[in-house]
Design a protein around this ligand. Structure first.
Ligand code: AVI
Length: 328
C-alpha cells in the first residue's frame, strides 16, 4: 500500500474562495488587455478537459513526449540512477509518469498540484500501479517554494515537469519558477523537463484549435469557473475561442473573444467588453535548442542531455541543479 501524506497549502477565505484566484481574475479583467493566468484553467473539470486534449489527433505533444520516454528509458536509468524521490510539478498523467517511474527505480513519488480532487484520484491510481512505492501527494501552488514531506529529507530529488508546461509562462515567470523548483528540490537535484519545439504554424495552430472543439471548451471552462467560484454572471456563450501564433515571442496565444458588446459582474465588480475585445487566457511558448538552454541556465539548471522524438516535434531535457561559479 502506498503511503499518502496530504498537505493542504491553498489559501482560502471563510467562504472557501481561493484568494489568489480572485485577486488574479479581478486584476486581469481590470487591465487594458484583459488577461488571466493559465494556471487557473485547472479546476477538476479543466484538468479532465486537458486530459481529453492530450488524446486529440491534432495535439501531438503528449504522444511525442511519451514516445521519447518509452524509447529512452535505458538512457534515463543510466543518467539518473535509482533511489531518488521523483517530485512531479502537476498531478501526473496516467501514461507518462509510470514510464518514468518504471525506467528509474525511484525511492518515492511526490505529485504537487492545486487541483486537490484530481491530485488524489491520480495519486491513488499511481499507488495501485506501484505497490510499495511511497506516494506523497501535496496540494499546493508549485510556483512558490513547497515544503516537501519530512520523510523525504534525506533522499536526493528528481524534478519532473513534462508536457512543456514551462512554455505556459512568460520567460521572466519561467525563470522564477525554475529557480523556485531548484530551491524546492535542493542543490543535488536533477530535473527532467519537456519543452515543445518551434514548427510549422499550421501544425501549431491546429493543436490549439481542434476540430472537435475540446480546446474551446477548455478555454471557456475558465469562465464557468469564474462564474461558479467568484459569483460571476459572465455570458459564456458570447465568447469565441481563438488560438493565434505570435512569431515575435514564439508562442501560441489563446484568447476568449467577445462576439457582442457585453457587461458582467465578478465578485461584486462590474466589467464591460467591446465586440472583438479579448481576454488573453494562455501563452504556449515553443523553443529551439538555444532558447531552451538559455532559459534553463537562467533558471539555475545546467542541461545534461536532450532527446527529441523522431519527427523533432518535442524535446525532453535532463538538467542538473547549477552550482554558482564566478569564472566562465
Ligand atoms: C499544459 N500545457 C502545456 C498545455 C499547452 O500545450 O500549452 C495547455 C494547453 N492549452 C491548450 N491546449 C493545451
Amino acid at each position: 500500500m502506498a503511503t499518502q501524506t496530504d498537505i493542504r497549502l491553498v489559501d482560502r477565505d471563510d467562504h472557501g474562495v481561493d484568494r489568489a484566484f480572485r485577486a488574479d481574475v479581478l486584476e486581469g479583467l481590470g487591465a487594458p488587455q484583459k488577461a488571466i493566468p493559465a494556471r487557473w484553467f485547472y479546476d477538476d473539470e479543466g484538468s479532465r478537459l486537458f486530459e481529453d486534449i492530450t488524446q486529440l489527433p491534432e495535439y501531438y505533444p503528449t504522444r511525442a513526449e511519451t514516445q521519447i520516454l518509452r524509447d529512452r528509458a535505458a538512457e534515463f536509468a543510466g543518467l539518473i540512477g535509482p533511489g531518488r524521490a521523483v517530485v512531479e510539478f502537476g498531478s501526473g498523467s496516467s501514461v507518462k509518469t509510470p514510464l518514468l517511474l518504471d525506467a528509474i527505480d525511484p525511492g518515492a513519488y511526490v505529485p504537487i498540484d492545486i487541483a486537490g480532487d484530481f491530485l488524489r484520484e491520480s495519486s491513488a491510481a499511481l499507488g495501485e500501479k506501484f505497490p510499495g512505492l511511497p506516494v506523497h501527494p501535496v496540494e499546493a501552488d508549485f510556483t512558490t517554494m513547497v515544503k516537501l514531506p519530512d520523510e523525504l529529507q534525506t533522499m536526493s530529488k528528481l524534478g519532473f515537469f513534462p508536457g512543456s508546461t514551462i512554455g505556459n509562462m512568460v520567460p521572466r515567470s519561467a525563470v522564477d519558477l525554475l529557480r523556485t523548483m531548484r530551491m524546492t528540490l535542493g542543490g543535488d537535484a536533477l530535473l527532467v523537463i519537456g519543452m515543445d519545439l518551434i514548427k510549422d504554424v499550421n501544425v501549431l495552430t491546429a493543436a490549439y484549435d481542434d476540430a472537435a472543439g475540446v480546446t474551446a471548451a477548455f478555454n471557456r471552462n475558465l469562465l464557468k469557473r469564474i462564474n461558479r467560484e467568484l459569483d460571476g454572471d459572465i455570458p459564456i456563450a458570447a465568447f469565441a475561442h481563438r488560438a493565434r501564433w505570435n512569431d515575435t515571442y514564439a508562442r501560441i496565444e489563446m484568447h476568449l473573444e467577445a462576439r457582442a458588446e457585453i457587461a458582467f459582474t465578478v465578485a461584486g465588480r462590474s466589467f464591460t467588453m467591446r465586440v472583438g475585445e479579448t481576454i488573453h487566457t494562455e501563452n504556449s511558448h515553443k523553443f529551439d535548442l538555444r532558447s531552451a538552454n538559455t532559459l534553463l541556465l537562467a533558471g539555475h539548471w545546467t542541461p545534461v542531455e536532450r532527446w527529441t522524438d523522431a519527427e523533432e516535434r518535442f524535446s525532453l531535457i535532463l538538467a542538473r541543479a547549477s552550482v554558482r561559479r564566478k569564472a566562465p
